[in-house]
Design a protein around this ligand. Sequence first.
Ligand SMILES: [Zn+2]
Length: 296
Amino acid sequence: MAWRDLSRPAPPPPEAADPPQDVRAALCVLASGSTGNCTLLRVRDDAGRWTRTCLIDAGLSPTRTRRLLAERGVAMGEIDDIILTHLDTDHFYSGWRRVKDCRATLRLHRRHVGRGERSGVLMRRTEPFHEPVELAEGFEFDPALLSHDDLGVAVFRFAFPCGATLGFATDVGKPTEAMIDHLRGVDVLAIESNYCPEMQLASGRPAMLKQRIMGGSGHLSNEQCVKTVRQIGPGSDVVLLHLSRQCNTPSLAAEPHEGSPYRLTVTSHDTPTDWIWIRAGGDTVPRSLFEAAAEG
Ligand SMILES: [Zn+2]
């Protein structure tokens, strides 16, 4: 395959210690999968102080989240924002509104507000979004709503003060031109790689569930994921989200990315990833390489 022939060895794995001075944003996926999704995202200033701390989705219990945050030196009271892709229970756990020392602003797409009100899960500070939101100077996210079940799912393009960008896409059902355009050329791309089609078909799941997952309003397969990644052309890192425990394995999800010129991180439902530094122009890959691959 032309894409693999063109690739060069992947850069070393993500660092685990304190970030180098030039790193202004960092990401750690605390857990990802149908039993709960939560990603920690931090931004810091020139002096190296962390100035903004966000969760993308909060689908773990507050107790478990608190423990995982503490292991990374983050207190519950430091969370400024909880930014939701959608309201399914694996992405937002209903107990958050009762956490007294959580002063975060809950941010969800305005299409999801009605469902949030009806289910009584919205927090004291809730801010709907439908356009780009600036969280701090130079730090913003731009949402795009894609179809997923009835109400859709938000995918995000984050931009940081250093000029670096992060794309985040989960539960997107099928790759669309709109999503690819929205995330094109981000430095770090976190994207779902939910299932292996053979394992899905061979599983004992009800036909209706298989149809929902594979029918374009559920999840991306491993092959759909890698195809989408090639079209997006990320600069330095790809993070695979939301692997099915029943119908996927980390090695099956990683296999189609073998030899690719970006660092690959495969997330897990129970083990957090290392910190992934988000750097501007972390372009280990010339854009033309991806463009050639997308055509090939
Ligand atoms: Zn999900």
